[in-house]
Design a binder for this molecule. Structure first.
Ligand SMILES: *Cc1c(COP(=O)(O)O)cnc(C)c1O
Length: 388
C-alpha cells in the first residue's frame, strides 16, 4: 500500500478510526488467486466471514469466486453481492432451521455437515420442501494447524467436523436419509497457517478418507480443503500478495484425486487481509516511567484481533518521519487487553498523527462491536478518494 502524504491529505476531513481498503491490491490478489486456481482447474469459494463489505464482496464475486458462508445472513449478503448460489458452501456447527431453509431456498451448492443430528435436521427440512440437499461431510482430520489455539479447528478436541471413528455411523445414516445426497468430503483445519506441512499432513489424511469412502461405494465428485492460508503480518509490504502458486502446489503434490474429482478451496484471510488498514489518530502521548504510551482513537472494539488472539499487526506512524522511539500503542477502552502492541518503534509521535494498523482487512471490520457504546468504524476505499 502506498501510504504517503497524498493519501493523508485526502483523509484530513474523515472521522477516525476508519478502515482503509486499497482496491488495486484487492483486485491484484483476487486475480492472482483466480489465475493460479484456473491453471489447475481448482474452484474457489471466498469465505465471506473474513470481510463482508458489499463493495469488497462484489469485486470478489465478479472475478468468479463462489462463496463459503457460515450463517444464513452471509448467504443472503453473498447472493445480493453477486455470488452464484450454485457455488455457495454453507459451514458451521450450529445451523438453525431458518438458516437451513435459506440454504435450501437458494439451492446452494452444498451444506458442509458437522454432525449426525445436523444431517437429520437438514433431511427433515429438505423433505418438507420436497428437495434433495447436497451435503458434504466436514471431516475432523485431527491435524495440528500450529497456529493460535482459538483459530485451530482440525484437532479431535475441537468442536468442528466429524471424526473418522464416526464415519460408519454416518454412512448408515446417509442410507436412511432420503433427502440428502453426499457429494463431497471437506476439511478446514485452521487459520493463519504458515507452515505448509500442515496442509500436506491434512492431504494425506484426506487421501485415506477418500479411499475409504470409495470402498464403501461412495464415489464423490468433490473434495473441499477449506481455507487457512496465512499472510505476512510482520512485513506486509514485502508480501502484499500471498504465494498462491506455492500453496496450490502443496495440494497438487499431496492430494490424490480420483478421475473427475474436483478440488475446492475456501480462502478468506489470504484474499482480503493485506488490502485493509485500520487508520486512527493519536489522541495523547502519555509519558510513563519506563516507556511512553501512544493512545490512539481506535480500540479493541474496532479491531479485536490483538486482544483476542494476541495477533500482531504492523503499526506505522504515517505523519512523522523523525527519529524512532519505542512506544506501547493502546486504545481508549477500559480493558487492559485494549493494547495493539508493546514496544513498537515509531517515528517521534505527537497528538493528531495518523497511525496505521496494517493487514487489517480480514477479521477486522466484521468483528467490530459497540463496546463502550463506541461508533462502528467507517470504511474508505482507495478508488473512491482518488477519483481523478
Ligand atoms: C473461516 C473459514 C474459512 C476461511 O479461513 P481463512 O483462514 O480466512 O482462509 C474457510 N472455511 C471454513 C469452513 C471456515 O470456517
Amino acid at each position: 500500500m502506498i501510504m504517503n502524504k497524498t493519501i493523508i491529505e485526502k483523509w484530513a476531513n474523515i472521522v477516525t478510526p476508519f478502515y482503509y481498503y486499497d482496491i488495486d491490491l484487492l483486485k491484484q490478489t483476487v486475480e492472482t488467486a483466480k489465475k493460479e486456481a484456473d491453471k489447475r482447474g481448482y474452484i474457489l469459494h471466498y469465505a465471506t466471514k473474513a470481510n463482508a463489505s458489499p463493495k469488497i464482496l462484489k469485486i470478489i464475486f465478479a472475478a468468479g469466486f463462489g462463496a463459503d458462508c457460515v450463517s444464513g445472513n452471509e448467504i443472503l449478503r453473498s447472493v445480493e453481492c453477486g455470488a452464484d448460489p450454485a457455488h455457495i458452501t454453507f459451514a458451521g456447527v450450529g445451523k438453525t432451521d431458518t438458516e437451513i431453509s435459506i440454504g435450501l431456498d437458494n439451492d446452494i451448492f452444498t451444506f458442509n455437515c458437522e454432525s449426525i443430528p445436523e444431517m437429520e435436521n437438514i433431511n427433515r427440512i429438505a423433505e418438507t420442501k420436497g428437495k434433495i440437499a447436497n451435503v458434504s461431510i466436514r471431516i475432523n482430520p485431527d491435524v495440528d494447524a500450529r497456529t493460535h489455539e482459538y483459530i485451530s479447528t482440525g484437532k479431535k478436541e475441537n468442536k468442528f467436523g466429524i471424526s473418522a471413528w464416526d464415519f460408519e455411523k454416518v454412512i448408515e445414516k446417509l442410507k436412511a436419509l432420503r433427502n440428502l445426497k453426499l457429494i463431497s468430503l471437506h476439511f478446514h483445519v485452521g487459520s493463519q497457517i504458515t507452515d505448509m506441512s500442515v496442509f500436506a499432513e491434512a492431504c494425506s489424511r484426506m487421501n485415506s478418507f477418500n479411499q475409504w469412502f470409495k470402498e464403501q461405494g461412495f464415489e464423490l465428485e468433490h473434495i473441499n480443503v477449506g481455507g487457512g492460508l496465512g499472510i505476512d503480518y510482520q512485513t506486509p509490504d514485502k508480501n502484499p500478495v500471498p504465494d498462491f502458486a506455492a500453496y496450490f502446489a502443496i495440494f497438487e503434490q499431496n492430494l490424490k484425486l480420483y478421475q473427475g474429482q474436483k478440488l475446492h478451496f475456501e480462502p478468506g484471510r489470504s484474499i482480503v487481509a493485506q488490502c485493509g488498514s485500520l487508520i486512527s489518530r493519536v489522541l495523547y502521548v502519555k509519558e510513563g516511567k519506563t516507556k511512553d504510551f501512544v493512545i490512539v482513537d481506535a480500540g479493541m472494539s474496532d479491531l479485536i484481533r490483538p486482544a483476542l488472539y494476541h495477533a500482531h499487526h504492523h503499526i506505522e506512524n504515517l505523519s512523522s518521519y523523525g527519529v524512532e522511539r519505542i512506544y506501547d500503542v493502546v486504545g481508549p477502552i477500559c480493558e487492559s487487553s485494549d493494547c495493539f502492541d508493546k514496544d513498537v518503534p515509531l517515528a517521534e509521535t505527537k497528538r493528531g498523527d495518523f497511525i496505521a494498523l496494517r493487514s487489517a482487512g480480514a477479521y477486522g471490520e466484521v468483528m467490530a462491536s459497540q463496546y463502550n457504546l463506541r461508533a462502528i468504524p467507517g470504511a474508505v476505499f482507495s478508488d473512491e478518494i482518488f477519483t481523478d
